[in-house]
Design a binder for this molecule. Sequence first.
Ligand SMILES: [Zn+2]
Length: 76
Amino acid sequence: MASGGKADDTRCHDITMPNPKRRHSKTRTAKRRTHDALTAAATSLCPQCHEPKAPHRICPHCGYYAGRQVRAVDEE
Ligand SMILES: [Zn+2]
């Protein structure tokens, strides 16, 4: 690090880190957390077996995708 005025060697070995000067307000914390909510995973119905499945994925129930069997399924 070339920046900084003093050339003391102790700053690299200093165990204390910079700390926030002020506590965040509850409003500021709440504003940040407005974007923290989780959303449920999207589901669609399989056109073959009409079971719920993830969109654009092979159906885990019947193994069909795009109107044809692409994966073997044990119980059927
Ligand atoms: Zn299916």
